[in-house]
Design a protein around this ligand. Structure first.
Ligand code: KG4
Length: 337
């Protein structure tokens, strides 16, 4: 019998549903709210939850129609349980629970970042040991995997996530949300002329982005007070090389220490052109395979949630209807719900 997984994702500002049948992606529907949040310069959690409520049924119906699958036919329903915005996560989990209850289907809770890592399986099979560079709006982590569904966080941010830092820095320069996109674009036109600090420049694999954010904000304000204008392309280039440089330095050290065979990028910031180019360039003469997820997989989607769910299904990792969301769920604790 075929294994058909319906997956739902609603952890931030994308409402998404996907269906896979024996690993074939039959439907992958994403409704993004970016345009609405752009007006506020960032994701407004309450608005995100409301829009998920409005869109979830439409997105589900579109996925079922596209895949030509009926809810009776699915093997299980999977859903992002965390991390993410609490109200946003609740919408997805309530939809998934309702389907599980009405159609008597197993419910599979999936870790959002595991999803981002497994998005790479749409490109290449994962090879272990593997280093996942998880860089998104809410998270910055270096994760070692020694096998499937085996995650060890070797380093993480002590304060802000790298994507959050990109978004705040963009705001100070008057650039639109999500800030990573315009900064990445302007950085290509500029030079690294501004000196910025590299916090936690140490032997650990941890990161700190709050100090870098504050120094860019201070620099912009000081220039403003002196009546001088910011050179936007140069500040974007200096910021990008510093922010991504922090990731590259620690990731390349981890590649050696953990003797990894593969490096995968995961999360929204993996769309960054400098990160993508540099990681490939720096590892081109090594035996380490670099896997870069296609752009459609870098942003939030449910296809990646379905990939993880398919493996959890094989291991009978199912949850009771009493489970709830966990906005700060850790990836190394993903079996605990
Ligand atoms: O993974 P994601 O959709 O959010 C979370 O689920 O946390 O990532 C969104 C983040 C935003 O902070 C956005 O500015 C950043 O990804 N981003 C980028 C680029 N494109 C999106 N950051 C750097 N360079 C980019 N090209």
């Amino acid at each position: 019998m075929s294994k058909i997984i319906l997956a739902i994702e609603s952890s931030c500002d994308e409402t998404a549903a996907a269906i896979i049948k024996d690993e074939e992606l039959l439907a992958n529907i994403v409704s993004t709210q970016i345009e609405v949040h752009t007006k506020y310069g960032g994701v407004m959690p309450e608005i995100a939850s409301r829009l998920h409520c409005e869109n979830i049924a439409i997105v589900l119906k579109e996925a079922l129609d596209k895949a030509q699958i009926k809810l009776e036919d699915i093997s299980a329903v999977a859903v992002t349980r965390g991390p993410g915005l609490i109200g946003a996560l609740h919408v997805g989990i309530q939809a998934a629970k309702t389907i599980a209850l009405l159609y008597n289907k197993p419910l599979i809770p999936v870790h959002h970042l595991a999803g981002h890592i497994y998005a790479n399986e749409y490109v290449k099979p994962l090879k272990f040991p593997l280093l996942a560079i998880v860089v998104s709006g809410g998270n910055t982590e270096l994760v070692i995997m020694r096998d499937h569904l085996n995650f060890e966080i070797i380093g993480e941010t002590k304060d802000d996530a790298i994507g959050e830092c990109y978004d705040k820095v963009a705001r100070v320069m008057g650039l639109p949300y999500p800030g990573g996109i315009p900064i990445d674009k302007y950085a290509k036109e500029g030079k690294h002329t501004y000196v910025l600090p590299r916090p936690l420049h140490d032997k650990s694999y941890d990161f700190s982005y709050s100090g870098l954010k504050t120094s860019v904000i201070n620099l912009a304000h000081n220039l403003e007070q002196k009546g001088e204008s910011i050179n936007i392309p140069d500040l974007c280039c200096s910021f990008q090389e510093t922010a991504i440089g922090m990731i590259l330095e620690k990731a390349l050290r981890a590649v050696k220490e953990y003797k990894v065979k593969q490096v995968v990028l995961a999360g929204g910031v993996s769309a960054n052109s400098y990160l993508r180019a540099q990681i490939q360039e720096q590892l081109k003469n090594s035996n380490v395979e670099v896997v870069i997820p296609p752009m459609w997989c870098c942003t939030d989607n449910a296809a990646m949630i379905a990939k993880v769910a398919s493996r959890l299904y094989d291991e009978n990792v199912f949850a009771p209807l009493s489970i709830s969301v966990d906005p700060s769920w850790k990836i190394d604790d993903f079996r605990n719900f």
